[in-house]
Design a protein around this ligand. Structure first.
Ligand code: NAD
Ligand code: ZN
Ligand code: ZN
Length: 373
């Protein structure tokens, strides 16, 4: 028996999210139905809404969150009804070539979730006889959703469900960008471009990895202030200021790492990141852009600089998400610092306006006030 729930839906690329009733199927084999508690508003949703990343419209928004398993389909082994879970943008099947060699962020199931629908192309959300896609084949901006068991991570330690919603993409991606993808080492000088939810989490990762200088570039004063609160050692408005600081503080050797976590990657910020790192320096690209980016080959070759991409920050959901939970429990990181404001689903438009205005590090949509408290 399908159920009806409220969800933020985008009807076509570039249209705004609108809150409407949708039907949710029962879970099929190896699927679970989750009653959502909270959802994080990561910028990947915006790339999906604007058509910059693959999406099937009409589209249910949201690819990270927390909830409680309500119903399990046949063959589910990872969780049971009643379990609190994190809905994770990166699925983990546990047995593909990448999962079985320690690279869960590259699980082959990721290709399916990127299309926004289960592997067979069917849909789990419907409205007025029409099938709906969902960001990362999740759709955490719905009150209930059906997901593959591969996309859920059991929450084994008690944790407030609103900040925990950011453990589905924002925090592991940002933290992992520094800790796993870049491999920041004790004493390194690191420049982080863009201090939204992902960038602020990158700062947390770089500090925990022992970086000497964590320089943050963001044109928005509020983002710089919040970045300093989570551990940035130096914050500036422009890439030129970051370059000057890094050149000065390293006696011209420049930074070991540039970490790109801006909302929209472009040539200018990629070139600035290349300029900021010294010989054999590494530029880690987590940010998505609108198509191709260009950089002069001479700048790459001369200092033997390196550029590489990072999916989910190289973090392994089944290992690193519980690890981040226990770092929060131990007081080593504070997830609450990343949540600027909470919104009911009906105020999703306000949340997006605030994100555009630069007044949020991260907004969280709360579906269930009581459970999120
Ligand atoms: N690779 C992955 O697996 C993965 C996962 C999650 C998010 N992402 C991507 O990471 C990026 C960041 O996501 P987010 O949710 O933190 O975005 P966000 O919108 O919350 O924050 C982006 C920040 O970048 C700043 N910014 C914009 N242009 C800048 C510039 N030229 N220099 C310095 N700062 C600049 C903005 O002021 C803002 O504070 C997005 O592109 C998102 O799609 C990638
Ligand atoms: Zn995301
Ligand atoms: Zn896999």
């Amino acid at each position: 028996m399908s159920i009806t729930t409220r969800a933020a839906v985008c009807r076509a690329a570039g249209e705004p999210w609108e809150v409407t009733d949708v039907e949710v199927d029962d879970p099929g084999p190896r699927e679970v139905r989750v009653r959502m508690v909270a959802a994080g508003l990561c910028h990947c949703d915006e790339h999906a809404r604007t058509g910059r990343s693959p999406a099937l419209f009409p589209l249910v928004g949201g690819h990270e969150g927390t909830g409680v398993v309500e119903l399990v389909g046949p063959g589910v082994t990872r969780v049971r009804a009643g379990d609190p879970v994190i809905l994770c943008a990166a699925p983990v099947c546990g047995s593909c070539r990448f999962c079985s060699t320690g690279r869960q962020n590259l699980c082959e199931r990721g290709r399916e979730t990127a299309t926004g629908r289960p592997a067979d192309g069917s849909a789990r959300f419907h409205a007025g006889g029409e099938d709906l896609g969902a960001v990362a084949a999740l759709g955490t901006l719905a009150g209930h959703l059906v997901a593959s068991e591969h996309s859920v991570v059991p929450l084994r330690e008690p944790l407030p469900m609103a900040p925990a919603a950011l453990l589905g993409c924002t925090v592991p991606t940002g933290w992992g960008t520094a800790v796993h993808a870049a491999g920041v080492a004790a004493g390194d000088t690191v420049v982080v471009y863009g201090a939204g939810g992902v960038g602020a989490s990158t700062v947390i990762g770089a500090r925990l990895a022992g970086a000497r200088h964590v320089v943050v570039v963001d044109p928005v004063p509020f983002k710089r202030e919040r970045a300093a609160a989570v551990g940035a050692t130096h914050t500036v408005a422009t890439a030129a200021e970051a370059h000057a600081f890094v050149a000065d503080t390293t006696w011209g050797r420049l930074a070991e790492h540039a970490l790109l976590t801006v909302d929209d990657l472009d040539d200018a910020v990629l070139c600035a990141a290349l300029d900021a790192v010294g010989k054999t320096g590494l530029v880690t690209v987590t940010a998505r852009g609108d198509g191709a980016v260009r950089a002069p080959s001479g700048r790459i070759i001369g200092f033997q600089r390196r550029i590489h991409g990072a999916r989910f920050g190289g973090a392994r959901p089944l290992i690193d998400v519980p690890r981040l939970v226990s770092l929060h429990t131990a007081g080593r990181i504070d997830l609450d610092q990343l949540v600027t404001r909470r919104y009911p689903l009906d105020r999703i438009a306000d949340a997006h306006r605030d994100a555009r205005d630069g007044t949020l590090v991260r907004g969280v949509v709360v579906h269930d006030q009581e459970a999120a408290a």
